[in-house]
Design a protein around this ligand. Structure first.
Ligand code: GDP
Length: 835
């Protein structure tokens, strides 16, 4: 609209008295607008003064303006001007109507547009945070645009709208702007939308957990999150009325300690949710942190799952259960043999000789692989497994680790050297393990060989060979010439038959590690002697603190095999770490089980290392012996300075024994306490007694590590006294009974609330309330128990002396009669001493 025109109108159409006015709103481009007053004069009341006509101008009605003093030309001119103004006015009004209609249509469209956009935005919000954030941004941008358009929006009742502006709006709306258009007079929804978006955003962010949030805004946050979870849960439940989407309530195994992550896994919940729940319960824990069973149980319940409490040691239950043997499935298995003896008596030579001649299915002269054990066949076809690691150190350390692998010990004694210190040690070890022995008298080919001397010397160590009327099999052999080797094998087979060795091949395998190493090319490798079941490729197992999956099995011939039956040694590949010799291998159902057991064991051994030095002390033995009623034996290892004192000590200790307890000297010898002694002591849970000798450095170290107690003495009596005290502790205390009195029942009353009460007279000794009582009828005990009351006249008393009368009632017993006799006695426990 022309500004000049409006200016002129402003001047000429000012309000006057007696005029009708109306307001018209005019819009301009760039959002500007202006209110214009329109006047209609009906009647001229005041005659304008001369010259006023110029001032009233074109706005005056032609008739009104037709003053007498006006010329015709002037009148004509004014009339034209007025008509022109009228026409202009009519045109403008038509335009305004048009614009108003356009605006109405526009508003309608915009509103629809806006609704659609809002709906879309809401959907996006629910669906996805990012989309919603974008929507918010767009909304913000739009509302700033609306803010710019605000001047135009201030008076919504003003009808006219600049069509250009309206068109611009329409164009923008049609351009497909995704978000609600904020239009004139529609400010409030903008605000609503913004605040709502903001609120939602807050709530969304609350899913992100910060410590500050969790601690400071706990209540609010929990309620929001909880509400949403509950809503979701409800929704899911409703949707899954068919049962499909229903939340699965899991049985969650909760061990003594569990990491947050593992707990979340077991519940199949998100780790973050678990961490959050922990925080809500006041526990700050990251996903890798370990929480105790109580806390874990609480969390499991909070998530609505079922808690299955398992003690930590329960993780081993699978193994224990698997170990319980079904007797019906047992099949004979080959014996496992360890060769022991003094150094240079020919252990290695013997093992080699046996192997070369008899290796099972081995090509003669073929390259054999040392894997720590091998299997041979006798001429009769029986198989025998030899452990290729001679020496009692390996034997004992394995036993100490819980692997009783050996069935038979072959004791090698050189015929030219006879019984030597390590021979005796070997005997002690075999005896301690309770493994039968076969004596191989070696080097029989040597000129100075004297096998009978060997047999005789063995007698003094309680080894009575067959030739001397005993039961121990003995064979004369030569590792060099091969003489007697077959007989030795046959004897082993014979002994094995006597032992009736059996195992179930149809179960999850269990075995013992003979050797283990970290191979450069193959990773950790362990030679495992299968003891039960059959080990197969692909089996998942736990071995000591390690676990793994059998990648390959290699036999003693270096061949790959698919499986290994009981008593078969195989190299196992596929471990995640190197186990130790003596570790027990167990096949388990699945990897998680294997991991769980392995990590439990690792923890256990860590804990054990932390509390070292107390595994085998006399005191502990005592405690253990007391708890275990069957163990009435105190094992000891004795080392002394000279043979004489060693014998004296052993004799003195063995004399301490009675029918109930005995001191068992596992081994006695002369000289310093060695690692071998410590190993033996550890394997049998025995302390070591050193008489005028000390442990050497490695033995001290080893004893410290293994927690074996070493006691030093220099006076035999002290030593014997200590051991006696320890052994006495194994005796069960004696319970002695002391008779303290008799009372005779004179009369029997019935007292309401108490029952039958005996009116008695104490004939002998005293009657005591706390004592035990027996009811005798014709000198036959008919009841034994306790007193409920002991009354003298009306008072409850603790004691009643002989000659006095009293009232007595029995606990839980009513059948009392006149003339019965009550025997009163007390018991005392007496700690017994060995004589
Ligand atoms: P280990 O220390 O017990 O393993 O004994 P070895 O097997 O190393 O043997 C020690 C020595 O005795 C070696 O030189 C062997 O050659 C030798 N030897 C082993 N057995 C016999 C045998 O039966 N006869 C003879 N003459 N020598 C043997």
């Amino acid at each position: 609209m022309d500004t000049k025109d409006s200016d002129r109108k402003g001047k000429t159409l000012g309000p006057r008295g007696g005029t009708e006015t109306s307001h018209v709103r005019q819009s301009f481009s760039h959002g500007r607008s202006k209110s214009v007053t329109v006047e209609h004069k009906r009647k001229r009341v005041v005659v304008p003064k001369p010259g006023a006509a110029a001032a009233s101008g074109a706005g005056q009605s032609p008739r009104n303006a037709m003053g007498q003093n006006l010329s015709d030309a002037e009148f004509e001119r004014r009339l034209k001007a007025v008509e022109a103004a009228k026409a202009q006015e009519a045109e403008r009004q038509a335009k305004e109507r048009e614009a108003a209609e356009a605006r109405e249509a526009e508003l309608g469209r915009l509103r629809a547009e806006k609704d659609a956009a809002e709906r879309a935005a809401r959907e996006r919000e629910i669906a996805e945070q990012r989309a919603a954030a974008a929507a918010e941004e767009a909304a913000a941008a739009e509302s700033s645009a609306a803010a710019k358009a605000k001047p135009a929006a201030r008076t919504p009742d003003a009808a006219p709208v600049d069509p250009a502006a309206a068109q611009a709006q329409a164009a923008r709306a049609e351009a497909g702007r995704p978000v609600a258009q904020k239009k004139t007079g529609d400010r409030a929804p903008v605000e609503d939308k913004r605040t709502r978006l903001k609120g939602e955003d807050d709530r969304r962010r609350s899913g992100k957990l910060t410590i500050a949030r969790a601690t400071n805004e706990e209540g609010r946050q929990r309620s929001l999150a909880a509400t949403r979870r509950r809503q979701e849960r409800d929704k899911r439940r409703m949707m899954g009325a068919g049962g499909e989407r229903e939340k699965i309530v899991r049985d969650v195994q909760v061990p003594d300690a569990i990491t947050v992550q593992e707990l979340a896994n077991r519940m199949a919940e998100r780790v973050a949710a678990v961490v959050k729940t922990l925080m809500q319960n006041g526990i700050m824990a990251t996903q890798n942190q370990t929480i105790d069973a109580d806390t874990a149980a609480l969390i499991v319940e909070e998530f609505g799952h079922k808690v299955l409490r398992v003690s930590e040691s329960d993780v081993e239950d699978v193994i224990v259960q698997a170990s319980e043997e079904d007797q019906s499935n047992l099949e004979p298995r080959p014996p496992v043999v360890t060769i022991m003896g003094h150094v240079d008596h020919g252990k290695t030579s013997l093992l080699d000789a046996i192997r070369k001649t008899n290796v099972v299915s081995g090509e003669a002269g073929g390259i054999t692989q040392h894997i720590g054990a091998y299997q041979v066949a006798t001429e009769g076809g029986a198989k025998i497994t030899f452990l290729d690691t001679p020496g009692h150190a390996a034997f004992t350390s394995m036993r100490a680790r819980g692997a009783q692998v050996t069935d038979i010990v072959v004791l090698v004694v050189a015929a030219d050297d006879s019984v030597m210190p390590q021979t005796i040690e070997a005997i002690s070890h075999a005896k301690a393990a309770g493994v039968p022995m076969i004596v191989a008298i070696n080097k029989i080919d040597k000129p100075g060989a004297d096998p009978n001397k060997v047999r005789t010397q063995l007698l003094s160590h309680e080894i009575v060979v067959e030739g001397m009327g005993g039961e121990v099999l003995d064979v004369e052999v030569s590792a060099v010439t091969g003489k007697g080797l077959d007989t030795l094998l046959e004897n082993i087979a014979l002994q094995a038959e006597l032992l009736d060795l059996k195992a179930n091949p149809d179960r999850l395998a269990e075995g013992a590690v003979i050797e283990a190493k970290l191979d450069v090319g193959r990773g950790p490798v362990a030679t495992v002697l299968v003891q039960k079941g059959t080990l197969r490729r692909g089996d998942i197992f736990v071995v000591g603190e390690q676990w793994g999956k059998v990648r390959a099995l290699i036999n003693d011939q270096g061949e790959r095999v698919e499986e290994a039956a009981p008593s078969v040694p195989v190299e196992v590949l596929g471990l995640n770490g190197t186990p130790e010799a003596g570790d027990v291998l167990n096949v388990v159902d699945n990897e998680s089980k294997a991991r769980e057991i392995a990590s439990y064991r690792e923890r256990l051994s860590r804990d054990k290392r932390a509390t070292l030095g107390s595994a085998t002390t006399l005191d502990q033995l005592l405690a253990k012996a007391k708890a275990d009623k069957d163990l009435r034996e105190l094992p000891v290892v004795v080392k002394s300075d000279v043979q004489g004192s060693a014998e004296a000590i052993v004799q003195a200790l063995e004399k301490l024994g009675t029918d109930e307890v005995r001191v068992r000297v596992l081994h006695s010898g002369v000289g310093a306490i060695t690692e071998s002694d410590v190993g033996l002591a550890e394997a049998s849970n025995a302390p070591i007694i050193g008489f005028n000798v000390r442990a050497n450095a490695p033995a001290r170290e080893s004893a410290n590590q293994k927690g074996v107690e070493i006691r030093y003495y220099s006076i035999i009596y002290d030593l014997v006294d200590d051991v006696k005290a320890a052994a006495s502790g194994l005796l069960s205390p004696e319970i002695r009974e002391k008779f303290i009195g008799y009372a005779e029942i004179l009369q029997v009353f019935k007292v309401s609330g108490v029952g039958k009460v005996a009116g008695c007279k104490v004939n002998e000794g005293v009657a005591r309330r706390s004592a035990g009582v027996r009811l005798l009828r014709d000198n036959v005990v008919i009841h034994e128990g306790k007193l409920k009351t002991l009354k003298r006249f009306k008072d409850e008393v603790r004691e009643v002396q002989a000659g006095q009368e009293c009232g007595m009632a029995f606990e839980h017993y009513e059948d009392i009669r006149e003339g019965d006799v009550i025997e009163i006695f007390e018991t005392e426990t007496v700690e017994r001493q060995l004589a």
